[in-house]
Design a protein around this ligand. Structure first.
Ligand SMILES: *[C@@H]1O[C@H](CO)[C@@H](O)[C@H](O)[C@H]1NC(C)=O
Ligand SMILES: *[C@@H]1O[C@H](CO)[C@@H](O)[C@H](O)[C@H]1NC(C)=O
Ligand SMILES: *[C@@H]1O[C@H](CO)[C@@H](O)[C@H](O)[C@H]1NC(C)=O
Ligand SMILES: *[C@@H]1O[C@H](CO)[C@@H](O)[C@H](O)[C@H]1NC(C)=O
Length: 332
């Protein structure tokens, strides 16, 4: 249960960081209403406890009611923040990117996921990423992913979602599936040992994302940094090898995110450096992994809760008639 809460929290935080901006020079500026809570920890207690109760949205809803339905002030991850809510708040935020607001990550996440050489210009990295990712998620590109996803999911269900006592744990298995798929779709890594090695280190990375950014031997932050370094050691030779392939051949064979990243150029016509590609892949893995596996877990949960809906789904798509949805649900 602990793990599940943690990833809900990460999911919440990742969603939240896209909706915040740092109030840099608060002196003399009119700030939104709200409380900044305790020194350093701010309102993290309330944020975490609403997550633990399974209703992370109450943290936001309460403050929207109390202060304003569009924006309120709080303090999380060691920073004073403005949280934008509702259609008006979101419209303001997304129509002012790189004008009034820039994307920003909490220091812990930044230190863990962005290599030292790229940390000072991480805004540039984010901008580059935002110009490349939309090409990868175009409908015609995504269509090419579907047969791969379908085949992997079938194999995964046949080999993993069975057990002698007919009990399986949905969340770790969903994570295993989404991680293997991400490795395949992002950089064409299919070797089971490499995937397992990356997954083990990746678990350490996510465990440290919400820790304090204090490097102390053996603590979550320290293990997290070590794990990202190991992941970089695995990814760099893969990227190097692929870069040395003929570009046209590259695009025709693999069709993964890495080929898009290798072929992408910035405004000056320069290719991305290997380290920039590593940082981007790390960021995308983190952003996509917990969110996707949590969604899959909830789908299984609700289907188990509503067998008639499950029956309808099966009738409608005839996908896996041999797959029995679990009757008891324990997400750990
Ligand atoms: C990222 O780091 C590499 C060196 O590892 C450097 O060549 C590149 O310019 C950096 N990119 C940014 C955006 O700072
Ligand atoms: C990246 O940051 C370094 C200083 O850390 C700076 O010298 C360099 O010009 C920056 N690169 C870009 C593209 O802004
Ligand atoms: C983590 O702790 C070890 C000692 O166990 C130390 O040598 C290292 O510098 C620390 N930081 C990182 C990022 O590994
Ligand atoms: C790559 O595919 C395109 C068509 O999609 C084709 O014209 C081209 O010859 C192919 N290149 C190689 C090296 O196979």
């Amino acid at each position: 249960m602990e793990l599940f809460n943690l990833s809900l929290l990460i999911l919440g935080l990742l969603l939240l960081v896209t909706f915040i901006f740092r109030s840099q020079r608060s002196n003399g500026l009119k700030l939104p209403l709200g409380k900044t809570g305790w020194p350093v920890i701010g309102e993290a207690n309330e944020f975490v406890s609403s997550g633990r109760q399974g209703t992370p949205e109450t943290f936001v809803n309460k403050r929207m009611q109390k202060y304003s339905p569009q924006v309120f002030k709080t303090s999380l991850a060691g920073e004073t923040m403005a949280v934008f809510c509702g259609p008006t708040g979101n419209k303001f935020l997304f129509s002012n990117e790189n004008k009034l607001v820039v994307s920003w990550w909490p220091p812990t996440i930044q230190k863990i996921t962005v290599s030292k050489s790229n940390r000072s210009n991480s805004t540039i990295l984010t901008k580059k990423m935002k110009s490349i990712i939309p090409q990868f998620v175009r409908p015609e590109e995504l269509q090419k992913c579907i047969p791969i996803m379908d085949c992997s999911a079938r194999k995964h269900l046949e080999s993993e979602w069975t057990s002698p006592d007919s009990q399986v744990h949905a969340f770790p298995l969903s994570k295993k599936l989404t991680f293997a798929l991400a490795c395949r779709l992002f950089m064409n890594v299919q070797d089971a040992d490499t995937v397992a090695r990356l997954a083990d280190n990746f678990a350490l990375v996510t465990a440290g994302l919400l820790s304090m950014p204090i490097d102390f031997p053996g603590n979550a932050f320290n293990r997290s940094i070590k794990a990202t370094n190991l992941i970089r050691e695995v990814l760099l030779p893969i990227i190097r090898m692929r870069r040395n392939q003929v570009p046209e051949k590259e695009l025709n064979i693999t069709h993964d995110l890495l080929s898009q990243l290798l072929l992408a150029t910035d405004e000056d016509g320069k290719f991305l450096t290997e380290m920039e590609i590593v940082d981007m892949i790390l960021g995308i893995l983190i952003a996509s992994h917990d969110t996707t596996s949590t969604v899959i877990t909830f789908v299984v949960y609700y289907l188990a809760d509503h067998p008639h809906v499950y029956a309808q789904v099966l009738k409608g798509i005839k996908l896996w008639p041999n797959f029995q949805i679990p009757l008891l649900f324990d997400p750990t």
